[in-house]
Ligand binder design. Structure first.
Ligand SMILES: [Zn+2]
Length: 362
């Protein structure tokens, strides 16, 4: 795969940005909550091309060699928000709004290699209200995800979106569709997002760039400021707890497994060895999809698990190599071959302590 640079990307929406809602198995995926990694990666490649920082041939090679991988982009407020794991709920009782999590109990059971029982499901909030609503995979701060929140009145997450109606985005408007109403959810100016970017060394740097993201970019929609901060792999690795046996990983991307006993080969990363044997995935089922520009076909993967899923794994191999491999798995994910059709940016999962310790932001 060659040498790669890793960045924490910060995106600031500078003009209303239209990303059409996409159907999934569980209904519509709200665009406010995640921008797909393939959308962001594509926008960055286009920007490099537009500014002549790469040639058309290089752009083609990058796409073919997957030289640029992006995680989904999640919102950020003061802190990074992470897609919620399945063991957190919010109380819908008027005036309450407490978050309840069973994560501590769940981790204790899983790390001992035991099966989760009904105690992993919360039934009431601390006040005894039986009005819990599941949060998975809505993005929340690490502190809420690990401890919940014990007092009411915490401000609602400020992710308001606006509806745009009748946005003329088609370049081929036939007379029969003049006047048709298009409804898109629009990300308003000022919202901030973050993502992890993995790029072949020397392609990007920490300079600020303006991307064009989503639909209607020729009309001025979708201006997004991108700034990058290099991630230090050694620093992330030092934050890993030394544990053998069962490990719980937190996925930032969709999780796709090709078989029941799926083993992720850490040898796929240059110079490393070891494996991550997946024992169980806790998350809700989703369908992912996109448009393959090179082949001009739409692709869909059913039975993926959403970002925020927890993955119970057994890690095999030599300590240092495996620790490095686990960080690279979180930053680059796994490349999965669907018989001549390869997808990247899947299974970007990291030890849970890195995510809930907010180590990426530090
Ligand atoms: Zn309550």
């Amino acid at each position: 795969m060659g040498l790669m640079d890793f960045y924490l990307a910060n995106l600031t929406i500078e003009s209303p940005t239209i990303i059409p809602r996409r159907r999934s198995a569980t209904g519509y995926v709200g665009v406010r909550e995640t921008i797909p990694g393939s959308t962001l990666g594509g926008a960055i490649l286009s920007s490099l091309r537009r500014h002549n920082r790469i040639t058309a041939q290089e752009a083609e090679e990058f796409a073919k060699d997957h030289a640029l991988i992006s995680s989904p982009a999640f919102p950020r407020e003061k802190n990074l928000l992470y897609p919620a794991h399945p063991f957190i709920w919010r109380c819908k009782e008027p005036g309450c709004g407490r978050y309840v999590t069973k994560l501590d109990e769940v981790l204790k059971v899983l790390e001992e290699g035991c099966e989760l029982g009904p105690t992993a499901i919360a039934l009431t909030c601390q006040e005894g209200h039986r009005a819990l609503e599941k949060m998975h995979p809505r993005p929340l701060p690490a502190a809420t995800l690990s401890q919940g929140c014990k007092s009411p009145g915490e401000k609602k997450e400020g992710l308001e979106s606006v509806k745009v109606v009748s946005v003329p985005v088609s370049r081929h408007r036939a007379s029969s569709i003049v006047g048709a109403l298009y409804s898109y959810e629009t990300l308003p100016t000022g919202l901030e997002y973050w993502a992890i970017l993995t790029v072949r060394q020397g392609i990007l740097d920490e300079r600020v760039d303006v991307l064009r993201l989503g639909r209607g970019i020729s009309k001025g929609f979708g201006k997004v400021k991108l700034s990058l901060k290099k991630l230090d792999v050694n620093k992330l690795q030092k934050a890993l707890p030394a544990k053998a046996g069962h490990t719980v990983l937190y996925s930032l991307s969709p999780v796709v497994l090709r078989s029941v006993e799926h083993t992720i080969d850490l040898g796929a990363y240059t110079g490393l060895s070891g494996g991550v044997r997946v024992k169980a995935v806790y998350g809700s089922s989703t369908t992912i999809g996109g448009w393959d520009i090179r082949r001009n076909i739409e692709w869909r993967v059913v039975n993926a698990a959403s970002p925020g899923s927890l993955v119970l794994a057994e890690v095999e191999g030599d300590g240092t190599s495996v620790a490095h491999g686990l960080i690279l798995l979180g930053l680059m994910g796994e490349k999965i071959d669907f018989g001549g059709f390869t997808l990247v940016g899947l299974n970007m999962m990291m030890p849970i302590d890195i995510i809930l310790g907010d180590v990426l932001a530090s």
